[in-house]
Design a protein around this ligand. Structure first.
Ligand SMILES: C[S@@+](CC[C@H](N)C(=O)[O-])C[C@H]1O[C@@H](n2cnc3c(N)ncnc32)[C@H](O)[C@@H]1O
Length: 451
């Protein structure tokens, strides 16, 4: 299997060569357009058509032996025509098999790489550990990523189709996984882990149609129970990432409803919240696939909106809870994310934990401390012209981070440019500039470390 993956990658089914050909990493929506720019015989075009778009191709155009793909169960042949039986998506050096749209309406559909799966991967703390758990593994993606830095990985699911995909992906990518069938934490009762990743069926709805989407539990119970369950299965010092949706009963709430979930868990917690979505747009987003059947779409939307109204839902929060088990008095902090998470945010998460663990002292201590900016950050500034150009806003963003944006006071910029970790902050001060609020903000938001 591994050999077959290597041959597919060499033939062009890998992120880098697809991005080089298409100018962007492949996604389902854009791939069909991009594929038109390549010669029909370009092996990358043929592989993208077959395995990303699910279109039939001619066997003589395939850069990999069709009989071998058939023997692996990846395709079926009909004379000269080859059809994919699954999808193959390259992702950060992995090749992931999963279902295509043809099974989208089946209860046991195994989804591929979507925003939530990518964000869960981005929000995972990546450090060498002993034992990791991926609960609700689906295609096995989070488990395979965890195996890069964990000695052993347990991956669970109630969907036997998902477990078959996870087993296939483990073989395809040359990784060993301990796959277990069972609901929520049942298959790991009494066990502890150093890392837990949960990207569950968190959608808040009155339905229980799809295993990957609906938990069958009322409201946001599933997210709450999984946060508390993950806390109970963490070893001291271990981290957990739980992707969540939650109910906001009051306008203006973002991460606040999560505070009660993490109370008395024995864990410190970062509560990472995107801007809540209003119930109508939330229901429309999750039922988009029904749009070609207007009657069913309207009936479903009404059912979902009625259930939200009955539950007094003002908005639906989405984001993640990050836990770290720690003996002693625990804390939690909420963060309003303004951007999607990008790259690998594990180091950013560790800086957020560290900033709460070791808060900055009084102004004199701050001036005497040595600070370093995080490499690969961006400053975005806006200038307004009146009599002259006037700098109004400056924001700092990270290339790899959870999606926080830090406001920088324009008057603090010369000090930031002069920051030198070998010298105290005081040595970088620009005369008369008010820099301390910016320094404190950058430190608390993980844009600045203290030496
Ligand atoms: C949103 S998918 C996430 C899949 C994968 N972890 C990822 O990030 O791509 C949720 C997964 O949870 C599984 N699931 C649903 N109910 C479950 C349960 N009671 N216990 C364990 N897993 C469950 C589904 O079968 C599905 O594979």
């Amino acid at each position: 299997m591994e050999e077959l993956r290597r041959r597919l990658e060499t033939a062009g089914l890998d992120e880098a060569s697809i991005a080089a050909a298409f100018g962007t990493a492949p996604n389902q929506e854009a791939a069909s357009l991009h594929v038109r720019r390549l010669a029909a015989t370009d092996p990358r075009a043929v592989l993208v058509q077959l395995f990303l778009l699910g279109e039939p191709v001619r066997s003589d155009a395939l850069p990999v032996d069709a009989a071998e793909l058939e023997a692996a169960g990846f395709v079926e042949r009909d004379g000269d025509v080859v059809r994919a039986l699954l999808r193959l998506t390259p992702y950060t050096g992995l090749l992931l098999a999963h279902d295509g749209e043809n099974t989208e309406h089946h209860p046991d559909h195994v989804a591929g790489l979507n925003n939530s799966a990518r964000t869960a991967a981005t929000f995972t703390v990546r450090r060498p550990v002993d034992r990791a758990l991926d609960l609700g593994t689906g295609s096995g993606m989070q488990a395979l990523l965890a195996a890069r830095h964990a000695r052993s990985v347990v991956a669970t699911d109630v969907n036997s189709r998902a477990l078959r995909y996870a087993a296939l992906n483990a073989r395809l990518n040359g990784v060993e996984l301990d796959l277990r069938d069972g609901s929520w934490f049942e298959p790991v009762a009494g066990e502890q882990f150093d890392l837990i990743v949960v990207n569950p069926p968190y959608v808040i709805s009155p339905d229980s149609q799809y295993l990957y989407r609906d938990s069958g539990l009322a409201g946001d119970t599933v997210s709450r129970d999984l946060v508390r369950g993950a806390a109970a299965h963490l070893r001291e010092g271990g981290y957990a990432t739980i992707m969540c949706n939650w109910i906001c009963h009051n306008a203006g709430e973002t991460w606040q409803p999560l505070e009660e979930w993490v109370a008395d868990t024995g864990c410190d917690a970062l509560l990472l919240a995107q801007k809540p979505v209003d119930p109508f747009h939330y229901a429309a987003r999750w039922n988009e696939a029904m749009r070609d059947d207007p009657d069913a779409y309207v009936a479903t939307m009404e059912r979902w909106l009625d259930s939200y109204e009955r539950a007094g839902i003002a908005g639906i929060g989405f984001g993640a809870v990050l836990l770290r088990r720690r003996a002693g008095e625990n804390w939690h902090r909420g963060y309003d994310l303004q951007q999607p998470a990008t790259g690998a945010a594990g180091d950013h998460l560790l800086r957020l934990f560290a900033a709460v663990d070791a808060p900055l002292g009084d102004d004199n201590e701050v001036l005497a401390a040595h600070f370093a900016l995080i490499p690969d950050h961006r400053l975005e500034q806006r200038l307004v012209y009146r009599d002259d150009y006037e700098l109004t806003d400056v924001n700092m963003l990270l290339d790899e981070g959870v999606g926080l944006v830090a406001r920088v006071d324009a008057s603090a910029l010369p000090t930031l440019f002069a920051l030198d970790p070998e010298r105290p902050l005081r040595a970088a001060l620009d005369d008369g500039a008010e820099v301390l609020p910016t320094i404190r903000r950058l430190y608390e938001l993980g844009f600045l470390t203290k030496r």
